[in-house]
Ligand binder design. Structure first.
Ligand code: ADP
Ligand code: MG
Length: 404
């Protein structure tokens, strides 16, 4: 069975449609540094506006602790959405409270309202199903129909992603549809060689993916924060770099399994080691097995892959026919540690086949480094969601829309 589409909801003119988007953009001092996810949500919203629906947009931003927190307000996102839609966009300063109710009631046909951050409400991400259902019920009270289009969260069983869709007639938006088209191409007979590049900082989240990817891919390139757990698994010291000590055994298992399957896990041979976590920190390139032999000793921090590794990764990527990349190779936000991410991004633009970048920070990285979106086969708005899809997992936010 495939996803229910917006058409399945029938005529929507005059109907109140709650749209679950993923507008979780990176912000610096209240300014959006990459609006990719806002832009990606525009086609669905425009389609609904064109039909004359009363559009109520909901999203999370960051990880507030279930209570209002000004630094995670969606207000700047609502403003950006207004610019992109070239239309007034109203904003409610709460999600299901008095301001939201009043503004929902006042909404006219073809108008758009953004509600404040879903995660200011403990029910959104509660582990307790009745709590999620209760919060979803409050959201559903605003809705004649629900459109789910936050691809970046479909792997999460959260109130607005799952219970809300159960509570009202619901369908997938155009973004989810487009994302799945590409991911299908990655799962169904991908052209080989098939290379997956993993990095970033959500190490424990992403390590689990490896077990499922090993049977599917030809090669895994490991950079970013997770590389240090691999180096530690090989018996190397990693100074004060990110390390998941309790995952070392698991990683040893992956290395052994990869060897058995003939899958190449390519690990860095050199890394950039810094004295501290800052843009002006002293830093040197060290061999991957000599991280503690720099002048910074055991306090050295590995913040990027080194130039030799970048060249090897780039060569592997360029000779692949299918490449999926999730997770920056280093702390690209700080210029001295962006070279590895830059090299991998550059290589992806030369893939003669399908190249996909997935993940909020990875997408932000390629744009920040000056690459236009159209130089890649696809830039996915979802990192974790893409990875779990590639693992072959059932994603609750898709199942609830009819996906099997
Ligand atoms: P994505 O959003 O693309 O899925 P993640 O959220 O997992 O990626 O990780 C992104 C973050 O990883 C970036 O903010 C980057 O600074 C950080 N990162 C990459 N390499 C390292 C490293 N060696 N040490 C610490 N953080 C790192
Ligand atoms: Mg991220």
């Amino acid at each position: 069975m495939t996803l229910r589409t917006i058409d399945s909801l029938g005529p929507l003119a005059g109907k109140r449609v709650v749209v679950r988007c993923d507008l979780n953009v990176p912000l610096r001092d209240g300014v959006i540094t990459d609006d990719g996810r806002v832009r990606a949500s525009v086609p669905t919203l425009e389609a609904l506006v064109r039909q004359g629906a009363r559009v109520i947009v909901v999203s999370h931003l960051g990880r507030p602790e279930g209570a209002p927190d000004a630094k995670y307000s969606l207000a700047p996102v609502a403003a950006r959405l207004g610019e992109l839609l070239d239309a007034p966009v109203a904003f409610a300063t709460d999600t299901v409270g008095a301001d939201a109710s009043g503004k929902v009631a006042a909404l006219g046909d073809g108008e758009v309202l953004v509600l404040e951050n879903l995660r200011f409400n403990p029910g959104e991400t509660s582990k307790n199903e009745p709590e999620r259902t209760a919060f979803a019920g409050e959201l559903a009270a605003f809705a004649d129909a629900v459109v789910s289009d936050g691809f970046g969260v479909v792997h999460r069983k959260q109130a607005s992603v799952y219970e809300l869709e159960l509570a009202r007639p619901s369908a997938a938006g155009l973004l989810i549809d487009a994302e799945l088209d590409v991911l299908d191409r990655l799962t169904e007979k991908p052209e080989r060689p098939y290379t997956v590049v993993l990095g970033g900082s959500k190490v424990s989240d992403k390590l689990g993916v490896i077990a499922h990817l090993l049977p599917r891919v030809d090669r895994l390139l490991i950079g970013g924060g997770m590389l240090f757990t691999f180096l530690a698994a090989q018996g190397h010291k990693v100074g004060s770099s990110l390390l998941e000590a309790d995952q070392i055994e698991t990683v040893r298992g992956y290395l052994a399994e990869a060897a058995e399957r003939g899958v190449d896990i390519v690990l860095p041979t050199d890394v950039v080691v810094a004295a501290s976590f800052s843009a002006d920190a002293e830093h040197v390139t060290a061999a991957a097995d000599a991280i503690e032999q720099t002048p910074f000793g055991a306090s050295g921090l590995g913040l990027d892959i080194g130039p030799e590794t970048s060249a090897v990764f780039a060569a592997h990527i360029r000779e692949s026919k299918t490449v999926f990349w999730n997770g920056p190779m280093g702390v690209f936000e700080l210029a001295p540690f962006a070279a590895g991410t830059q090299a991998v991004a550059e290589a992806l633009t030369h893939v003669d086949g399908l190249s996909v970048v997935g993940g909020g920070d990875s997408a932000a990285a390629v744009r920040q480094l000056g690459f236009d979106d159209d130089r890649f086969g696809h830039i996915s708005t979802g990192g974790g969601a893409s990875l779990e899809f590639l693992e072959g997992k059932k994603l609750p936010g898709l199942e609830v829309l009819g996906w099997q």
